[in-house]
Design a protein around this ligand. Sequence first.
Ligand SMILES: [Fe+2]
Ligand SMILES: [Fe+2]
Length: 207
Amino acid sequence: MNVHSVNNHEEALIWFNLRIDEYLQKEFDDDINESVKYFVQKYWKEIVDLPASSTGRYHHKTENLKPYGLLNHTLRVVYLTKELGIEEIGYPAGYDKWKNNRSIKMAIAAAFLHDFGKVEDFGAQHGKETVRMLTEVEGKHPLPPEVLSMCKHHMHNWSFIHCVEVWDRIVAYADYLASRPSIHLSEVTYLVKEGQQHVLGTSTNHK
Ligand SMILES: [Fe+2]
Ligand SMILES: [Fe+2]
C-alpha cells in the first residue's frame, strides 16, 4: 500500500477501504466485502470524528483521539478477531487458509462494524443500535444474520449481555482486549501507529 499521509477525511476513507480489502479480499465473499464498504461509506462522516469512548475512561489513549479514535479501536478489534478466529479453527500459525474461512470473514465484518451504534448512543445498548443501523435499509446490502448477532452481543464482557455462540464471544473478547490500555501486542501497536501516521499524517508519541 503506497499511502504516505492522509490529510483529510476523504483520503482516510480510501485508506480504510484498503484495510477492508486486505482483510475481506474481494475475490471471496464479495457480498460481505461490499456490504461492509456500503455501511462504512454511509456512516463515514459521523464515525470518522468519533473517539472510541465518550469518557476516555475505557479505552486505549490512541483510541480516544478525535477524530479517528473509533477507527483505531476498530482496527485493533479486527486484528484480534482474526487472531482469535484462527485459534478457534485450529490452523497452524502462519497458515494462510483462514482467508477462505467464512466464519472468520463474518467475524471480521462484524469487527469492522460493531461500534457504529456509537453514532447514536455510547451507552451499553450501542450493539443493538448498530444492528438497527445495519438493517434499516432493508433489502440493500443485507448482512448475514451471524454478523448481526456478533454486533448485537459484542458488549458481552462489559454488560453481561448473554451470548452463547462461540463466534459472538470471539468478537466480544476481541473488543474487550482491544480496549485494554495495558495490552501492547506488537502488531496491534503497529496498526495504531500506522493509523496515526497515515490517517493523521503525523507520527505522534501517544503512550
Ligand atoms: Fe462497543
Ligand atoms: Fe468496540
